[in-house]
Design a protein around this ligand. Structure first.
Ligand code: CMC
Length: 432
Protein backbone atom coordinates (compact mmCIF):
# COMPACT_ATOMS: atom_id res chain seq x y z
CA UNK A 1 0.00 0.00 0.00
CA UNK A 2 1.39 3.42 -0.90
CA UNK A 3 2.05 5.93 1.87
CA UNK A 4 -1.07 7.90 2.78
CA UNK A 5 -0.40 11.64 2.71
CA UNK A 6 -1.99 15.03 3.20
CA UNK A 7 -1.05 17.97 0.97
CA UNK A 8 -0.65 21.37 2.60
CA UNK A 9 -0.70 24.35 0.24
CA UNK A 10 0.42 27.79 1.38
CA UNK A 11 -2.06 29.98 -0.50
CA UNK A 12 0.17 33.05 -0.07
CA UNK A 13 3.32 31.63 -1.67
CA UNK A 14 1.78 28.78 -3.66
CA UNK A 15 4.33 26.37 -2.12
CA UNK A 16 3.06 22.91 -1.24
CA UNK A 17 4.24 19.99 0.81
CA UNK A 18 3.03 16.42 1.05
CA UNK A 19 3.00 15.17 4.61
CA UNK A 20 2.76 11.49 5.60
CA UNK A 21 -0.17 10.22 7.66
CA UNK A 22 0.87 8.20 10.73
CA UNK A 23 -1.51 5.46 11.85
CA UNK A 24 -1.57 3.51 15.11
CA UNK A 25 -3.47 0.30 15.84
CA UNK A 26 -6.64 2.23 16.76
CA UNK A 27 -7.73 5.80 17.38
CA UNK A 28 -7.25 8.87 15.18
CA UNK A 29 -4.29 8.97 12.78
CA UNK A 30 -1.82 11.88 12.84
CA UNK A 31 -0.17 14.09 10.22
CA UNK A 32 3.61 13.93 10.45
CA UNK A 33 4.43 17.65 10.36
CA UNK A 34 8.13 17.32 11.13
CA UNK A 35 9.22 18.64 7.71
CA UNK A 36 6.65 21.45 7.61
CA UNK A 37 8.90 24.17 8.96
CA UNK A 38 11.82 23.16 6.74
CA UNK A 39 9.64 22.94 3.58
CA UNK A 40 7.23 25.85 4.05
CA UNK A 41 8.76 27.91 6.86
CA UNK A 42 5.54 27.40 8.82
CA UNK A 43 4.80 26.11 12.32
CA UNK A 44 1.68 24.37 13.63
CA UNK A 45 -0.21 26.42 16.26
CA UNK A 46 -2.04 24.33 18.87
CA UNK A 47 -2.25 25.84 22.38
CA UNK A 48 -3.30 23.16 24.85
CA UNK A 49 -2.34 20.44 22.31
CA UNK A 50 -5.92 19.92 21.14
CA UNK A 51 -4.76 18.28 17.89
CA UNK A 52 -1.19 17.29 18.67
CA UNK A 53 0.15 13.76 19.22
CA UNK A 54 3.61 14.22 20.74
CA UNK A 55 4.72 10.58 20.66
CA UNK A 56 3.82 7.03 19.70
CA UNK A 57 2.84 4.96 22.73
CA UNK A 58 1.79 1.35 23.27
CA UNK A 59 0.68 1.75 26.89
CA UNK A 60 -2.80 3.15 27.20
CA UNK A 61 -5.63 3.70 24.73
CA UNK A 62 -8.64 5.97 25.26
CA UNK A 63 -11.69 6.25 23.01
CA UNK A 64 -13.38 9.34 24.38
CA UNK A 65 -16.47 8.98 22.18
CA UNK A 66 -17.20 5.44 23.36
CA UNK A 67 -15.90 5.84 26.94
CA UNK A 68 -13.23 3.15 26.48
CA UNK A 69 -9.98 2.88 28.45
CA UNK A 70 -7.46 0.09 27.81
CA UNK A 71 -4.13 -0.59 29.54
CA UNK A 72 -1.95 -2.51 27.05
CA UNK A 73 -5.19 -3.56 25.33
CA UNK A 74 -7.02 -4.78 28.46
CA UNK A 75 -10.32 -3.02 29.30
CA UNK A 76 -10.21 -1.09 32.56
CA UNK A 77 -13.43 -2.79 33.70
CA UNK A 78 -11.78 -6.25 33.51
CA UNK A 79 -8.63 -5.09 35.27
CA UNK A 80 -10.66 -3.36 37.99
CA UNK A 81 -12.72 -6.50 38.62
CA UNK A 82 -10.04 -9.18 38.30
CA UNK A 83 -6.52 -7.80 38.56
CA UNK A 84 -4.39 -6.31 41.33
CA UNK A 85 -2.46 -3.03 41.36
CA UNK A 86 0.93 -4.75 41.25
CA UNK A 87 -0.18 -6.91 38.34
CA UNK A 88 -1.29 -3.73 36.53
CA UNK A 89 2.12 -2.21 37.33
CA UNK A 90 3.82 -5.22 35.73
CA UNK A 91 1.51 -5.00 32.71
CA UNK A 92 2.26 -1.30 32.19
CA UNK A 93 6.01 -1.67 32.67
CA UNK A 94 6.60 -4.85 30.68
CA UNK A 95 3.73 -4.91 28.16
CA UNK A 96 2.05 -8.21 29.10
CA UNK A 97 0.37 -9.83 32.06
CA UNK A 98 2.93 -11.75 34.13
CA UNK A 99 3.15 -15.52 34.47
CA UNK A 100 2.94 -16.84 38.06
CA UNK A 101 6.77 -16.90 38.56
CA UNK A 102 7.12 -13.43 37.00
CA UNK A 103 4.39 -12.11 39.30
CA UNK A 104 5.99 -13.69 42.37
CA UNK A 105 9.35 -12.17 41.52
CA UNK A 106 7.96 -8.71 40.72
CA UNK A 107 5.83 -8.65 43.87
CA UNK A 108 8.83 -9.67 45.95
CA UNK A 109 11.02 -6.92 44.43
CA UNK A 110 8.44 -4.18 45.00
CA UNK A 111 7.39 -5.32 48.46
CA UNK A 112 11.01 -5.61 49.62
CA UNK A 113 12.11 -2.13 48.59
CA UNK A 114 9.61 -0.10 50.57
CA UNK A 115 12.01 1.50 53.02
CA UNK A 116 13.62 4.83 52.22
CA UNK A 117 17.13 6.02 53.09
CA UNK A 118 17.15 7.32 56.67
CA UNK A 119 18.78 10.53 55.47
CA UNK A 120 15.78 11.16 53.23
CA UNK A 121 13.50 11.04 56.25
CA UNK A 122 15.37 13.98 57.79
CA UNK A 123 14.27 16.06 54.81
CA UNK A 124 10.74 16.29 56.16
CA UNK A 125 11.73 18.30 59.21
CA UNK A 126 12.78 21.15 56.90
CA UNK A 127 9.16 21.67 55.85
CA UNK A 128 6.67 23.75 57.81
CA UNK A 129 4.44 21.45 59.87
CA UNK A 130 1.38 22.71 57.97
CA UNK A 131 2.87 22.30 54.47
CA UNK A 132 0.52 20.73 51.94
CA UNK A 133 1.59 17.08 51.50
CA UNK A 134 1.81 17.63 47.72
CA UNK A 135 4.45 20.31 48.34
CA UNK A 136 6.37 17.79 50.44
CA UNK A 137 6.00 15.12 47.74
CA UNK A 138 7.44 17.38 45.03
CA UNK A 139 10.51 18.07 47.20
CA UNK A 140 11.11 14.61 48.64
CA UNK A 141 10.62 12.69 45.39
CA UNK A 142 12.98 15.11 43.61
CA UNK A 143 15.50 14.49 46.41
CA UNK A 144 15.49 10.73 45.72
CA UNK A 145 18.07 11.35 42.99
CA UNK A 146 20.47 12.56 45.67
CA UNK A 147 20.07 9.28 47.57
CA UNK A 148 19.85 6.69 44.78
CA UNK A 149 22.39 8.02 42.29
CA UNK A 150 23.79 4.52 41.82
CA UNK A 151 20.89 3.93 39.40
CA UNK A 152 20.64 7.19 37.51
CA UNK A 153 22.51 6.24 34.33
CA UNK A 154 19.48 6.78 32.13
CA UNK A 155 21.17 5.09 29.15
CA UNK A 156 21.47 1.79 31.02
CA UNK A 157 18.19 -0.21 30.73
CA UNK A 158 18.91 -2.01 34.02
CA UNK A 159 19.35 1.30 35.82
CA UNK A 160 16.06 2.50 34.37
CA UNK A 161 14.35 -0.65 35.63
CA UNK A 162 15.86 -0.33 39.13
CA UNK A 163 14.70 3.30 39.32
CA UNK A 164 11.20 2.27 38.25
CA UNK A 165 11.07 -0.43 40.95
CA UNK A 166 12.37 1.98 43.57
CA UNK A 167 9.83 4.64 42.69
CA UNK A 168 6.85 2.25 42.76
CA UNK A 169 8.06 0.59 45.98
CA UNK A 170 8.95 3.74 47.93
CA UNK A 171 6.18 6.09 46.88
CA UNK A 172 3.66 4.80 49.50
CA UNK A 173 6.26 5.22 52.26
CA UNK A 174 7.07 8.77 51.12
CA UNK A 175 3.36 9.59 50.88
CA UNK A 176 2.53 8.20 54.32
CA UNK A 177 5.55 9.98 55.85
CA UNK A 178 4.38 13.30 54.41
CA UNK A 179 1.08 12.79 56.27
CA UNK A 180 2.71 11.64 59.51
CA UNK A 181 4.95 14.70 59.45
CA UNK A 182 2.00 17.04 58.93
CA UNK A 183 0.18 15.68 62.00
CA UNK A 184 3.25 15.39 64.21
CA UNK A 185 3.19 11.60 64.55
CA UNK A 186 6.29 9.40 64.25
CA UNK A 187 7.01 7.78 60.91
CA UNK A 188 5.99 4.12 60.75
CA UNK A 189 8.33 1.68 59.04
CA UNK A 190 6.68 -0.39 56.31
CA UNK A 191 5.84 -4.05 56.96
CA UNK A 192 6.97 -6.04 53.94
CA UNK A 193 4.76 -8.99 54.86
CA UNK A 194 1.73 -6.92 53.82
CA UNK A 195 0.36 -6.25 50.35
CA UNK A 196 0.94 -2.90 48.59
CA UNK A 197 -2.34 -1.22 49.61
CA UNK A 198 -2.37 -2.76 53.12
CA UNK A 199 1.18 -1.63 53.75
CA UNK A 200 0.35 1.93 52.74
CA UNK A 201 -2.72 2.04 55.01
CA UNK A 202 -0.70 0.73 57.94
CA UNK A 203 2.20 3.14 57.35
CA UNK A 204 -0.33 5.95 57.14
CA UNK A 205 -2.61 5.12 60.09
CA UNK A 206 -0.71 2.97 62.60
CA UNK A 207 0.99 4.47 65.66
CA UNK A 208 3.80 2.78 67.59
CA UNK A 209 1.78 2.77 70.82
CA UNK A 210 -1.05 0.55 69.59
CA UNK A 211 -1.62 -2.51 67.43
CA UNK A 212 -3.14 -1.73 64.03
CA UNK A 213 -5.19 -4.00 61.82
CA UNK A 214 -5.86 -3.06 58.20
CA UNK A 215 -9.57 -3.15 57.34
CA UNK A 216 -10.05 -5.44 54.31
CA UNK A 217 -12.76 -3.15 52.85
CA UNK A 218 -10.37 -0.19 52.99
CA UNK A 219 -7.54 -2.17 51.35
CA UNK A 220 -9.88 -3.36 48.57
CA UNK A 221 -11.18 0.17 47.92
CA UNK A 222 -7.63 1.56 47.79
CA UNK A 223 -6.52 -1.23 45.45
CA UNK A 224 -9.33 -0.27 43.06
CA UNK A 225 -8.41 3.42 43.28
CA UNK A 226 -4.78 2.56 42.46
CA UNK A 227 -5.70 0.43 39.43
CA UNK A 228 -8.02 3.10 38.00
CA UNK A 229 -5.40 5.85 38.35
CA UNK A 230 -2.36 3.87 37.12
CA UNK A 231 -2.04 5.47 33.68
CA UNK A 232 -4.00 7.72 31.34
CA UNK A 233 -1.92 8.32 28.22
CA UNK A 234 -0.64 11.84 27.45
CA UNK A 235 -2.29 13.96 30.16
CA UNK A 236 -0.61 17.10 31.56
CA UNK A 237 1.53 15.36 34.20
CA UNK A 238 2.60 12.49 31.92
CA UNK A 239 3.48 14.94 29.16
CA UNK A 240 5.48 16.88 31.78
CA UNK A 241 7.38 13.73 32.79
CA UNK A 242 8.18 13.00 29.14
CA UNK A 243 9.23 16.60 28.44
CA UNK A 244 11.48 16.69 31.51
CA UNK A 245 12.90 13.27 30.58
CA UNK A 246 13.57 14.32 26.99
CA UNK A 247 16.38 16.57 28.20
CA UNK A 248 18.11 13.59 29.81
CA UNK A 249 17.04 14.43 33.38
CA UNK A 250 17.04 11.53 35.85
CA UNK A 251 13.72 9.71 36.51
CA UNK A 252 13.31 10.99 40.09
CA UNK A 253 13.54 14.60 38.87
CA UNK A 254 11.07 13.79 36.05
CA UNK A 255 8.51 12.22 38.40
CA UNK A 256 8.86 15.17 40.75
CA UNK A 257 8.03 17.46 37.80
CA UNK A 258 5.01 15.24 37.05
CA UNK A 259 3.79 15.54 40.65
CA UNK A 260 3.95 19.33 40.32
CA UNK A 261 1.84 19.23 37.14
CA UNK A 262 -0.66 16.82 38.72
CA UNK A 263 -1.29 19.15 41.65
CA UNK A 264 -3.36 21.69 39.70
CA UNK A 265 -7.16 21.62 40.15
CA UNK A 266 -7.75 21.12 36.41
CA UNK A 267 -5.84 17.81 36.71
CA UNK A 268 -5.24 15.59 39.78
CA UNK A 269 -5.96 18.38 42.27
CA UNK A 270 -9.60 18.05 41.20
CA UNK A 271 -10.18 15.11 43.58
CA UNK A 272 -9.49 17.41 46.54
CA UNK A 273 -11.46 20.26 44.94
CA UNK A 274 -14.52 18.02 44.39
CA UNK A 275 -14.84 17.12 48.05
CA UNK A 276 -14.31 20.73 49.11
CA UNK A 277 -17.08 21.71 46.66
CA UNK A 278 -19.44 18.98 47.91
CA UNK A 279 -18.78 20.04 51.51
CA UNK A 280 -19.66 23.63 50.64
CA UNK A 281 -23.04 22.51 49.32
CA UNK A 282 -24.66 22.10 52.71
CA UNK A 283 -28.11 21.21 51.39
CA UNK A 284 -29.07 19.51 48.08
CA UNK A 285 -31.58 22.36 47.64
CA UNK A 286 -28.57 24.63 46.98
CA UNK A 287 -27.40 22.55 43.99
CA UNK A 288 -29.22 24.60 41.30
CA UNK A 289 -27.36 27.72 42.51
CA UNK A 290 -24.02 25.94 41.97
CA UNK A 291 -25.11 24.74 38.52
CA UNK A 292 -26.04 28.33 37.63
CA UNK A 293 -22.64 29.54 38.83
CA UNK A 294 -20.82 26.82 36.83
CA UNK A 295 -22.59 28.01 33.67
CA UNK A 296 -21.85 31.69 34.25
CA UNK A 297 -18.83 32.79 32.16
CA UNK A 298 -18.24 35.74 34.53
CA UNK A 299 -17.87 33.36 37.47
CA UNK A 300 -14.59 31.39 37.83
CA UNK A 301 -16.48 28.53 39.54
CA UNK A 302 -16.56 25.25 37.61
CA UNK A 303 -18.25 22.02 38.51
CA UNK A 304 -15.21 20.14 39.77
CA UNK A 305 -15.00 16.51 38.66
CA UNK A 306 -16.96 17.31 35.51
CA UNK A 307 -15.69 17.52 31.94
CA UNK A 308 -12.68 16.00 30.25
CA UNK A 309 -10.49 16.83 27.27
CA UNK A 310 -10.87 13.36 25.75
CA UNK A 311 -14.02 11.77 27.22
CA UNK A 312 -17.13 13.16 25.58
CA UNK A 313 -19.29 10.79 27.56
CA UNK A 314 -19.13 9.16 30.99
CA UNK A 315 -15.52 8.51 32.05
CA UNK A 316 -15.37 4.69 32.43
CA UNK A 317 -13.35 5.10 35.63
CA UNK A 318 -16.07 7.31 37.15
CA UNK A 319 -18.67 4.65 36.32
CA UNK A 320 -16.66 2.02 38.22
CA UNK A 321 -16.03 4.39 41.13
CA UNK A 322 -19.69 5.37 41.44
CA UNK A 323 -20.65 1.71 41.82
CA UNK A 324 -17.71 1.18 44.19
CA UNK A 325 -19.03 4.06 46.36
CA UNK A 326 -22.41 2.30 46.61
CA UNK A 327 -20.75 -1.01 47.52
CA UNK A 328 -18.23 0.37 50.01
CA UNK A 329 -20.68 2.66 51.81
CA UNK A 330 -23.15 -0.23 52.12
CA UNK A 331 -20.42 -2.52 53.46
CA UNK A 332 -19.34 -0.03 56.13
CA UNK A 333 -22.94 0.86 57.02
CA UNK A 334 -22.83 4.43 55.67
CA UNK A 335 -25.33 4.07 52.82
CA UNK A 336 -26.78 7.52 53.35
CA UNK A 337 -23.47 9.36 53.44
CA UNK A 338 -24.51 13.00 52.79
CA UNK A 339 -21.59 13.82 50.46
CA UNK A 340 -22.39 10.85 48.23
CA UNK A 341 -26.05 11.79 48.15
CA UNK A 342 -25.11 15.36 47.21
CA UNK A 343 -22.79 14.07 44.47
CA UNK A 344 -25.49 11.81 43.00
CA UNK A 345 -28.01 14.64 43.03
CA UNK A 346 -25.50 17.06 41.49
CA UNK A 347 -24.82 14.58 38.71
CA UNK A 348 -28.56 14.01 38.15
CA UNK A 349 -29.33 17.71 37.84
CA UNK A 350 -26.25 18.53 35.70
CA UNK A 351 -26.98 15.71 33.26
CA UNK A 352 -30.44 17.12 32.62
CA UNK A 353 -29.11 20.56 31.85
CA UNK A 354 -28.58 21.64 28.22
CA UNK A 355 -25.31 23.43 29.13
CA UNK A 356 -23.68 20.15 30.20
CA UNK A 357 -25.40 18.04 27.52
CA UNK A 358 -24.41 20.34 24.65
CA UNK A 359 -20.78 20.50 25.83
CA UNK A 360 -20.80 16.80 26.65
CA UNK A 361 -19.60 17.32 30.21
CA UNK A 362 -19.88 14.18 32.33
CA UNK A 363 -18.40 13.10 35.67
CA UNK A 364 -14.70 12.27 35.39
CA UNK A 365 -12.51 10.04 37.58
CA UNK A 366 -12.20 12.69 40.28
CA UNK A 367 -15.93 13.11 40.87
CA UNK A 368 -16.47 9.97 42.99
CA UNK A 369 -12.91 9.01 43.98
CA UNK A 370 -12.77 11.42 46.93
CA UNK A 371 -15.91 9.91 48.47
CA UNK A 372 -14.17 6.53 48.55
CA UNK A 373 -10.97 7.99 49.96
CA UNK A 374 -12.91 9.90 52.61
CA UNK A 375 -14.87 6.77 53.55
CA UNK A 376 -11.63 4.87 54.24
CA UNK A 377 -10.33 7.71 56.39
CA UNK A 378 -7.89 9.44 54.02
CA UNK A 379 -7.68 13.14 54.91
CA UNK A 380 -8.60 15.53 52.06
CA UNK A 381 -5.11 17.08 51.54
CA UNK A 382 -3.81 13.54 50.87
CA UNK A 383 -6.21 12.87 47.97
CA UNK A 384 -3.91 14.16 45.23
CA UNK A 385 -0.94 12.49 46.92
CA UNK A 386 -2.72 9.15 46.47
CA UNK A 387 -3.34 10.00 42.83
CA UNK A 388 0.42 10.65 42.47
CA UNK A 389 1.21 7.37 44.21
CA UNK A 390 -1.04 5.44 41.81
CA UNK A 391 0.14 7.30 38.71
CA UNK A 392 3.86 6.80 39.44
CA UNK A 393 3.85 3.53 37.51
CA UNK A 394 2.25 5.22 34.49
CA UNK A 395 4.75 8.08 34.59
CA UNK A 396 7.75 5.81 34.90
CA UNK A 397 6.48 3.34 32.27
CA UNK A 398 5.93 6.25 29.86
CA UNK A 399 9.41 7.56 30.65
CA UNK A 400 10.93 4.12 29.99
CA UNK A 401 9.02 3.83 26.71
CA UNK A 402 10.31 7.26 25.68
CA UNK A 403 13.89 6.33 26.53
CA UNK A 404 13.64 3.31 24.20
CA UNK A 405 12.06 5.30 21.37
CA UNK A 406 14.43 5.90 18.45
CA UNK A 407 12.33 8.92 17.41
CA UNK A 408 12.78 10.62 20.77
CA UNK A 409 14.45 14.04 20.72
CA UNK A 410 14.51 16.83 23.24
CA UNK A 411 10.98 18.28 23.51
CA UNK A 412 11.20 21.84 22.31
CA UNK A 413 7.90 23.49 21.35
CA UNK A 414 7.98 26.60 19.17
CA UNK A 415 5.92 29.80 19.50
CA UNK A 416 4.26 32.50 17.45
CA UNK A 417 6.07 35.61 18.60
CA UNK A 418 3.71 38.54 19.30
CA UNK A 419 6.09 40.90 21.11
CA UNK A 420 7.66 44.11 19.79
CA UNK A 421 9.77 43.97 16.60
CA UNK A 422 13.44 44.89 16.81
CA UNK A 423 14.01 48.31 18.41
CA UNK A 424 17.06 50.20 19.68
CA UNK A 425 17.95 50.69 23.31
CA UNK A 426 17.51 54.29 24.52
CA UNK A 427 19.58 55.48 27.52
CA UNK A 428 17.47 56.26 30.61
CA UNK A 429 18.20 60.00 30.54
CA UNK A 430 16.81 60.26 26.98
CA UNK A 431 13.51 58.50 27.82
CA UNK A 432 10.44 60.66 28.53
N1 CMC B 1 -17.91 23.23 34.72
C1 CMC B 1 -18.48 24.15 33.92
N2 CMC B 1 -18.17 24.32 32.61
C2 CMC B 1 -17.23 23.52 32.10
C3 CMC B 1 -16.58 22.54 32.86
C4 CMC B 1 -16.94 22.42 34.23
N3 CMC B 1 -16.36 21.50 35.00
N4 CMC B 1 -15.67 21.89 32.11
C5 CMC B 1 -15.74 22.44 30.89
N5 CMC B 1 -16.69 23.43 30.88
C6 CMC B 1 -17.10 24.22 29.71
C7 CMC B 1 -16.08 25.30 29.39
O1 CMC B 1 -16.38 26.50 30.06
C8 CMC B 1 -16.24 25.43 27.89
O2 CMC B 1 -17.42 26.15 27.63
P1 CMC B 1 -17.50 27.13 26.33
O3 CMC B 1 -17.34 26.22 25.15
O4 CMC B 1 -18.84 27.75 26.43
O5 CMC B 1 -16.37 28.11 26.47
C9 CMC B 1 -16.50 23.98 27.44
O6 CMC B 1 -17.10 23.35 28.58
C10 CMC B 1 -15.24 23.22 27.04
O7 CMC B 1 -14.34 23.24 28.15
P2 CMC B 1 -12.80 23.52 28.03
O8 CMC B 1 -12.32 24.18 29.28
O9 CMC B 1 -12.49 24.17 26.72
O10 CMC B 1 -12.27 22.01 27.98
P3 CMC B 1 -10.80 21.50 28.21
O11 CMC B 1 -10.70 20.22 27.50
O12 CMC B 1 -9.80 22.55 27.90
O13 CMC B 1 -10.74 21.24 29.81
C11 CMC B 1 -11.05 20.21 31.93
C12 CMC B 1 -10.99 20.01 30.40
C13 CMC B 1 -11.06 18.83 32.59
C14 CMC B 1 -9.80 20.98 32.41
C15 CMC B 1 -12.34 20.99 32.28
O14 CMC B 1 -13.46 20.23 31.90
C16 CMC B 1 -12.42 21.33 33.76
O15 CMC B 1 -11.87 22.36 34.20
N6 CMC B 1 -13.09 20.48 34.61
C17 CMC B 1 -13.14 20.69 36.03
C18 CMC B 1 -11.83 20.23 36.67
C19 CMC B 1 -11.74 18.72 36.70
O16 CMC B 1 -12.65 18.00 37.06
N7 CMC B 1 -10.52 18.22 36.34
C20 CMC B 1 -10.23 16.78 36.33
C21 CMC B 1 -9.99 16.28 34.94
S1 CMC B 1 -10.03 14.51 34.78
C22 CMC B 1 -8.77 13.83 35.72
C23 CMC B 1 -7.44 14.44 35.67
O17 CMC B 1 -6.96 14.91 34.64
O18 CMC B 1 -6.80 14.47 36.69
Amino acid sequence: MSQETVTIIDNTTGKRVELPIVRGTQGPAGIDVRTLNRELGLLTFDPGFLSTAHCRSALTFIDGEQGVLLYRGYPIEQLAAQSSYLEVCYLLLYGDLPTKPQMREFQSIILHHTMVHEGLRRFYSGFRHDAHPMAIMVGVVGALSAFYHDSTDIHDPRHREISAHRLIAKMPTIAADSYKYSIGQPFIYPDNALGYAENFLRTMFAVPAEPYKVKPAAARALELFLILHADHEQNASTATVRLAGSSGANPFACISAGIGALWGPAHGGANEAVIRMLETIRDPAEIPQYITRAKDKDDAFRLMGFGHRIYKQYDPRAKILRQACHDLLKEIGAEHQPLFETALELERIALQDDYFLERRLYPNVDFYSGIILKAIGIPIPMFTVLFAMARTVGWVAQWMEMMEDAEQRIGRPRQIYVGPARRDYMPLEERE
